[in-house]
Write a protein that binds this ligand. Structure first.
Ligand code: F6P
Length: 554
């Protein structure tokens, strides 16, 4: 029996209208005052799950705000949607597919029957295939054409077939296994290819062509270039299968490319690219950190999946984070959301979330095709702290935009150097404190008087020193960056994005918007290379084509 229904128009719901009224009432709400009045505000607005602490007390919220937001979640049918997601109903309506990345995290022995087939044995068979491959490589049993063991693995893939694996394998560097180095080749940019091939040897390199569709231009061009390079370095055709393997749901295209069928790791159409690091697309992760750490990553995500399914909305981390995002996007008109990890190993987290969030919820119609009359996915941006403090945080503190931000920091550093980690943690906390607290004009004036400035100087300088404050932030504290916590953290954001899609009524699992550019890219290529002579449809594109052609002429 299907539970999944096309979502309602959120802006017509009673809770949405109540939230609009409530926002007006909250216009003068001061977080500073709220903290002064309620010494338990941190306890009231924080949650713990499996080594992850979410402090959401520095938000423009009261208990009433949360009640109204959770009412919105109930009225949009979130409980049924979560069930539909986990049960394998076709939550991706435009492609008539389920979105079952959560099935990839289910433990062995679990059951998930979709269309009469239990998917869990299939998932664990692929995990077994991955285990065998990883062990052979780690034990030096997988040999290149000159019989030397593999030392370097190059993942050729882009988008979800790149960002997740890169994030995790680099974030978990302290768990790296000796023996293999992982590299990533994503863009169709000869410079990236050139730089990479400077530091690897063909005889000890394994290329993993990662493409769900096996039809992505950048990946196919790089795979072809890698094969040409392999031959130019002395590799031979009959040993090609020792150097090229693939992860794809399009076995036919991978075989046509020349990958041996037994070297193709399957994936399923029910796993979206940006949700695929848990599948065989995660092979570089398993190669980097070993299969038991990869399983810990899956276990951490599964623990978050259970929390998401079971916790009441008011105590549910992904739900709370999603509702806060909706609160700011739709009722406070915030257009962007900053992701600020205070950890070197999490430096690629923002990029992964950009694809996860913006490709999922960068939509203008609901699942049923009707046009939205409210804002959906925000612009996700940010980067690692403290670096951002000396760059764009100025705009967070004093700019004219309201930008909610997530600070992410571990309690324990893998590399304690003197008191660096205390300083890093202190900076992370003090940034969200400053964003919340701000500095009033009176405080600015007093500060300048104490510094001995003349009344005229104080008058002149004080407005520049005012910091409005009341800027919303979440702080996510991880016990440390390890496979389990990282798995939970990534799954937390996946579910946050899903909850928002349910509220907005969008399909979080398709990405039709990227297709037009691909088609036009092909047309432009034909003109650049002289294979098409008809002028481009517009003068700008034609002018830019001419500029390129003139430079390359003779
Ligand atoms: O073009 C967008 C996209 O389809 C992403 O959704 C996907 O993660 C990426 O390209 C790569 O796709 P594939 O794994 O099929 O090569």
């Amino acid at each position: 029996m299907s539970h999944y229904q096309h979502p309602l128009n959120a802006s017509q719901l009673p809770s949405w209208q109540a939230l609009q009224q409530h926002q007006k009432a909250m216009h003068n709400f001061s977080m500073r005052q709220a903290f002064n009045q309620d010494k338990q505000r941190f306890q009231h607005f924080s949650l713990n799950h499996d080594g992850l602490l979410l402090d959401y007390s520095k938000n423009i919220i009261t208990q009433e705000t949360l009640t109204l937001l959770t009412d919105l979640a109930k009225e949009t049918g979130l409980a049924q949607a979560i069930q539909a997601l986990f049960n394998g109903e076709k939550v991706n309506a435009s492609e008539q597919r389920p979105a079952l990345h959560t099935a990839l995290r289910r433990p062995i022995g679990d059951q998930l029957v979709v269309d009469g087939v239990d998917l869990i044995p299939q998932v664990h068979n692929v995990l077994k295939q991955m285990t065998e491959m990883v062990n052979r490589i780690h034990n030096g049993l997988w040999r290149g054409y000159s019989e030397k063991p593999i030392t370097d693995v190059v993942n050729i893939g882009i988008g979800g077939s790149f960002l997740g694996p890169q994030l995790v394998s680099e974030a978990l560097l302290p768990f790296a296994q000796q023996g293999v180095r992982c590299h990533f080749l994503a863009n169709v940019d000869g410079s990236e290819f050139h730089e990479l091939t400077q530091c690897i040897q063909a005889e000890t390199t394994l290329f993993v062509v990662s493409s769900k569709s096996f039809g992505t231009l950048e990946t196919l061009k790089n795979a072809q270039a890698a094969r040409t390079w392999y031959f130019a370095q002395g590799g031979c055709v009959d040993k090609l299968d020792r150097h090229f393997i693939a992860v794809s749901s399009n076995t036919k295209a991978a075989v046509e490319f020349g990958i041996a069928e037994e070297n193709i790791f399957p994936m399923w159409d029910w796993v979206g690219g940006r949700y695929s690091l848990w599948s065989a697309i995660g092979l570089p992760i398993a190669l980097a950190i070993g299969i038991s750490n990869f399983k810990e990553l899956l276990a951490g995500a599964w623990s978050m999946d259970q929390h998401f399914q079971q916790a009441p909305f008011a105590e549910n981390m992904p739900v709370i984070m999603a509702l806060l995002g909706v609160w700011y996007s739709d009722f406070w008109h915030a257009q962007s959301h900053a992701i600020l990890p205070y950890d070197h190993y999490l430096r690629n987290f923002t990029q992964h979330l950009q694809q996860l969030d913006m490709e999922s919820n960068g939509k203008s119609v609901r699942q049923d095709g009707s046009t939205l009359d409210y804002a959906t996915g925000p612009i996700i941006w940010g980067g690692v702290g403290c670096n951002g403090q000396h760059a764009y945080h100025q705009l967070l503190h004093q700019g004219t935009h309201l930008i909610p931000a997530d600070f992410i920091v571990p309690v324990v550093s893998h590399n304690p150097v003197e008191d660096h980690h205390q300083w890093l943690y202190a900076n992370c906390l003090s940034q969200s404190q400053a964003l919340m607290q701000g500095k009033t004009l009176d405080e600015a004036k007093q500060e300048l008087c104490h510094q001995g400035l003349s009344p005229e100087e104080v008058q002149q300088l004080a407005p520049h020193k005012v910091i409005p404050g009341n800027r919303p932030t979440n702080t996510l504290v991880l016990e440390r960056v390890c496979p389990r916590r990282l798995g939970a953290l990534i799954a937390l954001y996946e579910h946050k994005v899903f909850v928002q899609s349910v509220i907005w009524g969008t399909n979080a699992f398709d990405q039709w918007g990227v297709e037009l550019g691909k088609v036009l890219g092909n047309n432009v290529y034909q003109r650049l290379t002289g294979q098409a002579v008809a002028p481009a449809e517009d003068a700008s594109t034609q002018g830019l084509i001419d500029f390129f052609r003139n430079r390359h002429r003779g």
